[in-house]
Design a protein around this ligand. Structure first.
Ligand SMILES: [Zn+2]
Length: 178
């Protein structure tokens, strides 16, 4: 039963694509995931689908999903139980913004999930002496830079979910900062 190892190897390729700055936009990643990981995992699966090892392959397929869809990770962490309107309910399709450049797409999804490298996060990680924002606010959280900071434009969760012009202006301002 070698399928798990095979899919794992293909996932590590996928991860390299996803983590590069030059690269792969979300659509390409999804196509690549389907072509590389899913095709291997499902090849002749009718033969072994009932095998007790089938679950191991599922683990690797979940990894493939996580690589191509950063939001899936954010969702499964489930920050808290309140509804985050920036995140669309699970769907077969990638969320709006999928045509953006990789870096913008990553920034968008960090904003949606509220997990970016803000001063507050860096301070928590002990990579900064304080969590001050250049605007003077004592605690630069993602919510702060989305809705109150005087250093850049603002946008709402709804804007983020639909990837509106306001969201894109926000991304352009913050993409190299968080
Ligand atoms: Zn600020």
């Amino acid at each position: 039963m070698n399928v798990k190892a095979k899919v794992a190897a293909r996932n590590s390729l996928l991860r390299k694509l996803a983590n590069s700055n030059w690269g792969a936009d979300p659509k390409t990643l999804r196509t690549t995931a389907l072509a590389l990981s899913y095709s291997t995992a499902e090849y002749s699966s009718a033969v072994w689908a009932r095998s007790c090892h089938a679950k191991k392959v599922d683990t690797e397929l979940n990894n493939a999903c996580r690589i191509i869809k950063p939001q899936a990770t954010a969702l499964s962490y489930g920050r808290d139980n309140t509804t985050n309107e920036a995140i669309q309910p699970p769907k077969e399709q990638l969320t709006p913004g999928r045509e953006l450049q990789r870096k913008d797409w990553v920034t968008l999804n960090r904003a949606r999930a509220k997990v970016g490298k803000t001063a507050s996060t860096l301070h928590k990680w002990k990579l900064r002496p304080n969590s001050e924002c250049p605007c003077g606010n004592q605690n630069q959280t993602m919510d702060h830079i989305l809705s109150e900071c005087t250093e850049g434009p603002h946008c709402t969760n709804q804007d983020l979910r639909d990837c509106t012009d306001a969201a894109q202006a926000w991304i352009t301002h913050w993409r190299d900062k968080i």
